[in-house]
Design a protein around this ligand. Structure first.
Ligand code: ADP
Ligand code: MG
Length: 684
């Protein structure tokens, strides 16, 4: 980030860094002097003297005191021992324990003044010592930075190298943020912040240094996102879709219900994108049941009135089939031709369908990934909508581009993404949110039942079934697994078939069924030929059977909050009161906490924030593929306010004319260049 030559030199110019150390540093991603200076401590050991009154139980503390007794040593066996002394700290007489350091007996004498750091047992008035210094406490060592290290490199040696680096080259550290922002937020200059980050004297130093770097990191990151967004919009060859507002209004009257205000708002946002010459790149978030399908239908309709075809892409065939039916119901009456394309449609049927698509006779094509295969050609594709397609990304968009189409793209998701993650992971996208449920929706009553209470739950289920309702029973696994003692769908299916023998019909659904079988089962459930559907999580997204009011989830502790919420969202879709039972015997506190949160709230956004808190950002999107950036100092969850501030500032900067040439933004531009976001040609 800095252009200064010396700072860009190899760390080997620092005294004491030889070949071995150099390669160890390299393995940590530290090559230059600046890299070394930007290797920040991940925590600080706090050696300040504190009044024991203020120290929490089990907290680490440093005390200074006068030894009141000769050390007494007890051996448990040959290796394990405990040395005890009485120490007068202020007015408190406390006991200090040293474990397995018998040799200290000779070093400590009565009436010595010593300084001890260790863990404070508030109840017993004892400290289990970790560090000892004979003599009084010495100021200036309040905080010791602790760094991550690798191999034989020690924290101590790293401290030394960083100190040397700072002493010799610290004066070359340049400011990289514009003056006005530094002033506005009263940030420390970069050089001072660097110093306080490595050699703080007070807690406040650490706080201020951190504050500065958090902002810096977020601002640079958001600048990149905002620049990407700007260039995407301006240079992706989007189309202006001049839809017919009158026809659109008439279409609203055909709908079986009035739109909610939130639906109207997001429709406006989407329509503005359709009309603009920019390419739409929008994320539509809405909790399960918030009514995203109708929004998709309206967008597809608008695009059709402008003379374009549309595509709706979903992850599973079941969902594709359901969406095709829903869209048929809404758009068919307005004169649109809707077709379904999945991998199970083959041969002549497929050929005919592709032919009609090429001619423009099909207006909306619904399907799975089959939609973007080589032989699928649209006549005039204007809009692509994806539902719950987390993996529809750069690659798929490239495929579309190579077919010569750069349609507007709308990504729909019912997985509420916490705001902080949304603006990080999808920082280059526009985001619309449906934050309102259709009127009259009843809250799904949720209960947590221990496994032993299954019988009771089943009796409750039966009562609802007698009233004419239907139930989902979700199991984590398909077949018996010996390793994990989990309920599997096939066993549960058999058990329930026996249990409800004669009275109700039970169906089985899982990912290994043939698509045709899946379709049959789903249709039977949808037609109420089956009253109980035992299933794995394949019914997780999208499936809509309003008469189903009961959701029982086996081994609920196995699922994340967001997934439980998705599953629960399969019920509560009709007029009747719905219920969700979580069968779980969680062993951990976090597990229990999860169940409680599920009972307390039906709000997907609240749940996703909690999920993020309990699981951390890395896990939120599932393993490595998260695409989340890594920050050195900043923490997306805890520093989210700074993230929002930085995002606004970045958005503001990007549209400022002088940003692109004024000297004061030199470093910001340079950063964009280095991160490959800015190729000169694209600049005005
Ligand atoms: P999701 O956002 O989970 O995809 P859906 O689009 O499946 O939600 O809608 C859930 C249910 O709510 C559907 O049965 C749909 O017909 C109904 N619905 C959608 N919008 C409204 C509305 N404005 N008023 C009443 N019911 C609505
Ligand atoms: Mg949906």
């Amino acid at each position: 980030m800095n252009v200064n030559n010396t700072l860009e030199n190899s760390v080997s110019i620092i005294k004491g860094i030889g070949e071995e150390t150099e390669s160890q540093l390299a393995s940590m991603g530290i090559f230059t002097v600046l890299d070394l200076l930007e290797h920040f401590p991940y925590r600080f050991d706090d050696y300040r003297l504190r009044d024991l009154q203020d120290v929490e139980h089990d907290e680490k503390v440093t005390v200074e005191g006068k030894v009141q007794s000769e050390p007494s040593l007890v051996f448990y066996n040959r290796k394990r021992s405990r040395l005890t002394i009485h120490l007068l700290v202020g007015k408190n007489l406390i006991k200090i324990f040293f474990f397995n350091q018998p040799y200290l007996k000779k070093k400590i004498s009565i009436s010595d003044t010593i300084t001890v750091s260790g863990k404070w047992d508030r109840h017993r008035g004892t400290i289990t010592a970790q560090e000892l210094k004979i003599g009084p406490y010495q100021k200036n060592a309040d905080f010791e930075p602790v760094y991550t290290v690798r191999g034989s490199l020690t924290v101590k040696s790293l401290r030394k190298f960083i100190r040397l680096a700072f002493q010799s080259y610290g004066n070359q550290i340049n400011e990289n943020l514009p003056e006005d922002l530094i002033k506005k937020y009263k940030l420390l200059p970069r050089r001072d912040a660097m110093k306080m980050m490595h050699f703080p004297i007070t807690q406040e130093d650490v706080k201020q240094a951190r504050r500065r770097f958090v902002y810096e990191e977020f601002l640079f990151f958001q600048l990149k996102m905002q620049a990407l967004r700007k260039f995407e919009r301006e240079h992706s060859g989007g189309i202006s879709q001049h839809y017919d507002l009158n026809k659109l209004r008439a279409f609203f009257d055909l709908l079986p219900f009035p739109l909610t205000n939130a639906q109207k708002r997001v429709i406006n946002e989407i329509c503005a994108d359709l009309k603009s010459p920019y390419r739409m790149n929008r994320l539509l978030q809405g909790d399960v049941g918030s009514g995203k399908t109708v929004v998709a239908a309206v967008a597809l309709f608008a695009s059709w009135t402008a003379g374009f075809q549309g595509a709706l892409m979903v992850p599973t065939e079941i969902l594709a089939e359901q969406h095709a039916v829903s869209l048929q119901n809404m758009l068919g009456q307005a004169g649109l031709n809707i077709e379904l394309l999945t991998s199970s449609i083959k041969g002549k049927k497929r050929e005919g369908l592709l032919e009609r698509l090429r001619k423009g006779e099909i207006h909306v094509l619904v399907g799975t990934h089959a939609l973007i295969q080589d032989d699928v050609h649209f006549n005039k594709l204007g809009l692509v909508i994806t539902d719950e397609q987390h993996r529809f990304g750069v690659e798929q968009r490239r495929v579309l581009r190579e077919k010569g189409v750069t349609p507007d793209v709308l990504f729909m998701t019912a997985t509420p993404i916490p705001r902080t993650l949304a603006i990080t992971a999808f920082g280059e996208m526009d985001v619309s949110v449906i934050d309102e449920m259709p009127a009259g929706r009843k809250r799904i009553e949720t209960y947590w039942a221990k496994n032993e209470m299954l019988e009771k739950v089943l009796r409750f289920v039966e009562k609802e079934l007698i009233k004419g309702r239907q139930a989902y029973i979700i199991c984590p696994l398909i077949e018996e697994s010996e390793k994990l003692d989990l309920q599997n769908a096939i066993d549960v299916y058999q058990m329930l078939t026996d249990y409800y023998y004669d009275k109700f019909k039970v169906g089985l659904m899982h990912g290994r069924l043939h698509p045709a079988e899946k379709e049959n089962v789903m249709k039977a459930f949808s037609d109420n030929d089956i009253q109980i559907l035992v299933s794995t999580t394949v019914v997780e997204v999208g499936v809509n059977v309003p008469n189903a009011t009961i959701m029982v989830i086996y081994d609920a502790e196995r699922f994340g909050l967001s997934q439980l919420h998705q599953l629960r969202g399969r019920v509560g879709r009709g007029q009747d009161q719905s219920y969700c039972f979580l069968l779980a015997n969680p062993k951990t506190d976090v597990g229990k906490e999860r169940m409680k949160i599920m009972i307390e709230t039906n709000d997907g956004f609240v749940l996703s924030e909690k999920d993020l808190e309990l699981r951390g950002p890395g896990d939120f999107f599932g393993k490595k593929q998260s695409g989340l950036p890594e920050f050195k100092v900043a923490d997306m969850v805890h520093d989210y306010r700074a993230l929002e501030v930085a995002r606004n500032d970045a958005a503001q900067l990007i549209i400022q004319k002088d940003f692109w040439h004024d000297q004061k933004y030199h470093y910001l531009r340079k950063y964009l260049e280095e991160s490959g976001v800015m190729d000169g040609e694209k600049l005005d």
